[in-house]
Design a binder for this molecule. Structure first.
Ligand code: GDP
Ligand code: ZN
Length: 536
């Protein structure tokens, strides 16, 4: 692994690869100013490079970038941010050049000739961390902000950058250290101190455990905001899949990147639900209703469902359940129970959802119980009764939906509507919930959005409340801290000697320090920052 801390002056082009009107080269380190003095000549300044020009911090200079012989490489703006008032807390010089490529490359090359070294991925942010400008969780938030695909993901990263997560973890770590100090004192000078107040200690450890649990609960939200979801619309032609896709895409569009296993016959739309970037997979426009087309529809539905995290089976609520629906249902849902991986079943099937939840306890599936080893199983699913504006069962729903209606009764009413539309009970039971929608009037779309978030395990996102969230690395360390605290509790309960308590308390402290950056190895730092882009 590369040496984490060195005193080289580093340089990189920090603007994106896409062609723009301006590119920025950033220099950071003790030689940033001497290098700038070789590379830059301020307008109206002395003829010879480096003659007497000293940049003032937070001032912008206009002039020329020059090669070793003094020939012009570009007309540039230079911005000086001298230590400690810079991103890295070192001397930072930024040179703004014209265009996307050639000028920036030439000026960068010149900076390297003049003594800078090309920055490694994430090295500017690494220095910000090493110099105490950011704690480790803030540094990781920088990467998350850069990678954010939705406004909510950016907000969540900003909340992390604001230090909320870092403070929380540091406070928990400090509490661990305080507890350790009290115990260690007893180990060292047993006779001089009053005996440990064990009940108070037990309470403090328990409170710490609860706090860790609350922090960990943000992990699912974070994962969804970063990775998003694949949601497949399946159903026979003309039930309104494409119309639903359009109705749902009405608001914010997600930036869809790089989806593995894309099938050409499947239309993808990037949408955002509760801040979660969602790729909607729709079977491509099948208009006629010949047998062949029906058959293709079935196959495409299956293909879409196979690559999805959540499946929406759309049924025409006006015509009700047909043989065609039964065929698609059999093809897509016939093979075994839903999978419970990625925690997608977390809230459904907990038994407190009333009528609608009951289907979930059999289909939403309990984690680990979906036998068929090796096979991926199918994604959890929602039944969507579309065209409810035309459906005769709609009046019933409207009544049930009265302003103060409870979620349970709505879910119940949707199950009733499913039954009334002729959906067999055995089929209804395969879905986590049934939702009535109208792509035409937009009725029920909010219910559909929150049912998707609920099924994805992040119902709180439906209300738009986005805060900081722990990432996978942080969650892994926090779980280790939690387990260590549980061992402390067990040691206390079993009345084991005091040094058993302190061993695990020390482990918890170290695990928390891996998140805050107080106890982090060079190896971990390397792996975190190597995932950044060069220039960050
Ligand atoms: P797909 O083949 O499943 O994608 O179905 P489409 O989205 O192409 O819709 C088929 C027809 O049903 C179109 O004429 C739509 O305008 C109509 N349609 C779709 N959703 C609704 C709805 O909720 N209410 C009404 N009244 N018509 C709808
Ligand atoms: Zn369609």
């Amino acid at each position: 692994a590369a040496a984490v801390a060195d005193t080289d002056t580093i340089a990189a082009i920090v603007t994106g690869a896409a062609a723009g009107a301006v590119s920025i080269i950033r220099l950071s380190g003790a030689d940033a100013v001497p290098i700038a003095q070789q590379v830059f000549q301020p307008a109206g300044g002395g003829r010879a490079a480096g003659n007497g020009w000293e940049p003032e911090s937070h001032r912008v200079y206009y002039g020329r970038a020059v090669d070793a012989a003094g020939a012009t490489l570009d007309e540039v703006l230079l911005l000086a941010m001298l230590e400690p008032r810079s991103y890295t807390a070192e001397d930072v010089i930024e040179v703004h050049t014209h265009g996307g490529g050639v000028s920036a490359q030439r000026v960068l090359q010149r900076c390297l000739e003049a003594g800078a070294r090309l920055a490694r991925p994430g090295e500017f942010t690494l220095r910000a961390f090493l110099n105490g400008r950011l704690d480790l969780s803030q540094a990781e938030s920088v990467a998350q902000l850069i990678d954010a695909r939705t406004v909510a993901a950016a907000d969540s990263a900003l909340a992390g950058l604001g230090g909320g997560l870092g403070r929380e973890v540091q406070e928990m770590r400090r509490e661990c250290v305080d507890l350790l100090v009290e115990m260690d004192a007893r180990l060292d000078f047993d006779e001089d101190l009053p005996p440990l107040d064990v009940p108070a200690l037990v309470q403090r450890v328990a409170r710490l455990g609860q706090r860790l649990e609350r922090t960990l609960q943000t992990a699912r939200q974070g994962q969804l905001l970063r990775a998003g979801l694949q949601v497949a619309l399946v159903g026979r032609p003309n039930v309104g899949k494409s119309s639903l896709l359009n109705a749902l895409s009405g608001t914010e569009r997600a930036i869809v990147t790089d989806i593995a296993g894309t099938t050409r016959d499947i239309v993808e739309a990037g949408i955002v639900i509760g801040g979660v970037p969602i790729t909607l997979l729709d079977t491509a426009g099948l208009r006629d209703s010949g047998d062949l087309v029906e058959q293709i529809g079935v196959e495409r539905s299956l293909a879409a469902a196979r690559q999805a995290d959540i499946v929406l089976m759309v049924v025409d609520g006006e015509t009700g359940w047909t043989d065609g629906d039964a065929e698609i249902f059999q093809t897509v849902f016939g093979a075994g129970p839903a999978r419970g991986e990625r925690g997608l079943d977390s809230d459904w099937g907990s038994g407190d959802e009333g009528g609608g939840g009951e289907g979930a306890s059999s289909s939403g599936g309990s984690e680990g119980s979906n036998g068929s080893s090796g096979s991926r199983g199918r994604a959890p699913a929602l039944l969507v009764l579309n065209k409810c504006d035309l459906s005769v069962h709609r009046a019933q729903q409207a009544q049930q939906h009265g302003s103060s209606a409870q979620h349970e009764s709505r879910a119940g009413s949707c199950d009733e509507a499913a039954a009334a539309a002729g959906v067999p009970a055995a089929a209804v039971a395969q879905f986590a919930a049934a939702v009535q929608t109208s792509a035409a009037t937009k009725e029920g779309l909010e219910d559909l959005r929150s049912a998707v978030l609920q099924l994805a395990g992040a119902p709180q996102l439906a209300s738009g409340g986005v805060g900081w969230a722990v990432n996978e690395r942080q969650a892994e360390a926090l779980i280790r801290a939690q387990e260590a605290l549980q061992r402390v509790q067990a040691s206390i309960a079993d009345e084991l000697p005091l040094d058993f308590w302190t061993i695990d308390l020390r482990a918890a402290t170290l695990a928390l320090g891996e998140v805050s950056g107080d106890d982090v190895t060079e190896e971990v730092l390397d792996s975190i920052f190597s995932r950044f882009c060069i220039g960050k």
